[in-house]
Ligand binder design. Sequence first.
Ligand SMILES: Nc1ncnc2c1ncn2[C@@H]1O[C@H](COP(=O)(O)OP(=O)(O)OP(=O)(O)O)[C@@H](O)[C@H]1O
Length: 295
Amino acid sequence: MELQLEGLSKTYGTVQALRKVTYTFKPGIYGILGANGAGKSTMINLITDNVSRDNGSDGGRILYDGEDILKLGKRFRAIVGYMPQQQGFYEDFSPKAFLKYMAEVKGLKGKNAEGKTVNQQIDELLEVVNLTGVAHKKIGGFSGGMKQRVLLAQALLGNPKILILDEPTAGLDPKERIGIRNYIAELSKDKIILFATHVVSDIECIADHVLLIKKGQIVATGTPVELIEKMQGKVAEITCTLDDVGALQAEYKVGNIRQRKNGLALRLVGDTLPKEAVPVEDNIDLEDVYLYYFE
Ligand SMILES: Nc1ncnc2c1ncn2[C@@H]1O[C@H](COP(=O)(O)OP(=O)(O)OP(=O)(O)O)[C@@H](O)[C@H]1O
């Protein structure tokens, strides 16, 4: 199974939201990292066909196993599960009613390959996202995390081969964030899962591949380990006083600042680092990668 983006572009008026993005997704979890406005949602909206590509060949192509998704139409939409960024909910619905409604919208009927009815599939999904106990309560009274779990469950309806999650942890507290991340990590690995976020910790332990998107382009990609390996020699720590922080921030990319007994320890990231800084070799992480490309 393959989803190929070929020279994908999108322009809104004078804003080039996506610039000739080429990439091939295979089964696995893809963390799509970018600051706000980087073009993540635009990429997702093109894959889910919620916005149209730029006209003609300028807009590029999206191919699913070699066929253009626009030609596949319904057949492609049937294998895509999408969790949008906004919670546009029917607050009076219960999770059960909402999932039933979404199953109808998606055209799910009869029994699935495992012989389960739509109703059984819905009950199973509610169990997976831990909402069985509130299956008949109104969504309007739910916490942000519970609402996100309802949205995740609807994206999973019909066991889609491609699962697209746009900022699935937005607006959640740290505990709920970890909960949603763990649900996603446990999903079957034979799906293509796209997880867009601007929060590194959301994906650092669960993504098989990471794409860093900046100003509508992929600026770096690789497994988390590959991206971290490329940072060798680009991360260092310097001990200084509070008075020095401003000057260092003006010249270098500064990550964590920690109080130590002999002063402040600043983490610096960049191609050139001050001579007096001590290179960091062993504990480079994806936060450093993010800082290097984005801040
Ligand atoms: N409908 C639209 N009309 C005009 N400009 C748009 C539209 N949608 C997105 N843009 C612009 O395209 C660029 C990319 O936006 P996009 O929403 O794809 O970024 P993002 O990485 O998903 O950010 P966020 O996390 O804030 O959603 C931004 O400059 C944005 O302002």
